[in-house]
Design a protein around this ligand. Structure first.
Ligand code: THU
Length: 146
């Protein structure tokens, strides 16, 4: 679902603001694609951003950096909501929302399965924000083992 800024709740807007802010902590000297994430868990907001490395596979996406940090700090609390925002090489926020990569979707699936709770997903763009009530909308027929 596509939403305009004014249609988002205060909590959603705040989470997106943190995701936008997190793009400034991104370490992306190779791609210059600055991804920020923020998730809501246990009443706290946990930021994340992509971290790159000269040995390319060693880096990590913004989404997973936030999800794993949250798992490390609050292992028993469900993830309620995740926001993502991206700035390009010119430093501008993308007009169209960016969508999580396959491995991040897979981790989101397992996060939902693990906590038996859907994750509301907010993909921010300056034109509009995509809002989803669970990763299954982005990844039907996914692989699960647990
Ligand atoms: N990236 C993310 O942080 N999240 C995604 O879902 C897709 C890609 C990062 C990885 C890399 O640092 C940069 O964006 C370019 O692919």
């Amino acid at each position: 679902m596509s939403a305009q800024w004014s249609e988002l709740s205060d909590a959603e807007q705040q989470l997106i603001e943190t995701a936008k802010q997190s793009t400034y902590n991104s370490y992306a000297p190779y791609s210059h694609f600055y991804v920020g994430a923020a998730l809501l868990k246990n009443g706290v907001v946990i930021p994340g951003c992509n971290q790159e490395n000269a040995a390319f596979p060693s880096g990590l996406c913004a989404e997973r950096s936030a999800l794993f940090a949250a798992g490390a700090q609050y292992p028993d609390q469900p993830v309620l909501m995740l926001a993502i925002a991206v700035r390009n090489s010119k430093g501008e926020f993308l007009e169209e929302p960016a969508s999580p990569c396959g491995p991040c979707r897979q981790v989101l699936i397992e996060t939902e399965t693990r906590f038996k709770h859907p994750v509301r997903i907010l993909l921010y763009g300056t034109r509009h924000t995509y809002v989803m009530d669970g990763i299954k909308e982005l990844m039907p027929l996914s692989f699960t083992q647990i």
